[in-house]
Design a protein around this ligand. Structure first.
Ligand SMILES: [Zn+2]
Length: 344
């Protein structure tokens, strides 16, 4: 019996040594140490032994079991470590290989201009205000001193949905709505970016949908010089420190007096070139002092409060700043065009 046990031990240890993987090792464990294994089988014959021999044989059997078990454990750890090694080797990254490009999107050029202008005005204490694109005739025109019969309405061919509702033709209704919310109490200091819609035939400089940014300040003692200083800073930040501005008298129904604002040409510095049409100046926006009627309609006492407003086309600013020759590029989703505005 003793010999048989030793034989089994030898056999088992050799099998464990030879095991190539964890499955094979587990099969060995089951076959040698299991309840139906040969060791159990040998121990069944213990009944025939003398009382003296029995415990010795029992101890030997346990010894053999423990030895095989320990050997299996050892082998299992070795096999597991080898498996991890193999996987690591398989998954090793060759850092010398060239990387695969990651395709990322970028901000639309109009978004970039809007954010740049927003940042500039937020820095001066303005807040960004937004409003609906489907707007009431009242806010789009009437509250801005454009009654139904006003001829200036013709200059803004509109998409009407009903007689009283239209796609807004300008971002000014946001000004009217904001002033109304202020309930006659200043100061108001907002910047309103957004999409507007006019019934225009699309060509290189016209689009039926475009973007505006308007600014509005209403407070006590606001003067024309405040407007000029603000716009001068705007021109320098957006088009370069050397820029100057020029105000020309103009007409808008919602401001009085009204001015067109020109910026000295950033390409030729004022000597004359194709961008400034040889004048040295580029028209960038319209502005003026808020018309007293507009203040009164929005609940402000025009004897106590004054203000200024300005508005510009975002596409025009972007076209000037980036040298883009056709407004339709902004809306045709051609990635070859859009990719050029990737930062970095
Ligand atoms: Zn020029």
């Amino acid at each position: 019996m003793q010999e048989r046990l030793k034989e089994l031990q030898e056999e088992a240890l050799q099998a464990v040594d030879a095991a190539a993987d964890l499955k094979e090792l587990n099969d060995i464990r089951v076959s040698y140490l299991g309840k139906k294994g040969p060791i159990t089988e040998v121990l069944k014959g213990m009944g025939k032994l003398s009382a003296e021999e029995r415990p010795k044989m029992g101890a030997l059997a346990n010894e053999v079991r423990d030895l095989i078990s320990a050997k299996i454990e050892e082998k299992q750890q070795a096999l597991e470590a080898a498996a991890v090694e193999a996987r690591l080797a398989l998954e090793t990254i060759d850092v010398t290989l060239p990387g695969r490009p990651v395709h990322t999107g970028n901000h639309h050029p109009l978004t970039r201009i809007v954010e740049e202008i927003e940042d500039l005005f937020i820095g001066m204490g303005y807040t960004v205000a937004e409003g609906p694109e489907v707007e009431k005739d009242y806010y789009n025109f009437e509250a801005l001193n454009l009654p139904k019969s006003h001829p200036a309405r013709d200059a803004q061919d509109s998409f009407y949905i009903t007689e009283e509702i239209l796609l807004r033709t300008q971002t000014s209704p946001v000004q009217a709505r904001t002033m109304e919310k202020h309930d006659g109490k200043g100061p108001v200091k907002i910047i309103c970016p957004g999409k507007v819609y006019r019934r225009d035939s699309d060509d290189a400089t016209h689009s039926h949908q475009f973007m505006q940014i308007e600014g509005l300040v209403v407070a006590e003692n606001i003067r024309m010089s405040d407007l000029k200083g603000t716009l001068e800073l705007f021109a320098k930040k957006l088009f370069g420190e050397d820029r100057e501005i020029r105000l020309r008298p103009s007409f808008f129904p919602f401001t009085e007096p009204s001015v067109e604002v020109d910026v000295s040409c950033f390409k030729c510095g004022g000597h004359g070139c194709n961008i400034c049409k040889q004048t040295g100046w580029i028209e960038v926006l319209g502005s003026g002092m808020v018309h007293p009627n507009v203040l009164e309609m929005s609940g402000f006492d025009s004897k106590k409060y004054t203000g200024f407003a300005f508005g510009m086309g975002v596409e025009r600013i972007a076209m000037l700043k980036y040298g883009i020759d056709d407004i339709r590029h902004f809306y045709t989703n051609d990635t070859r065009f859009l990719k050029q505005f990737k930062l970095n």
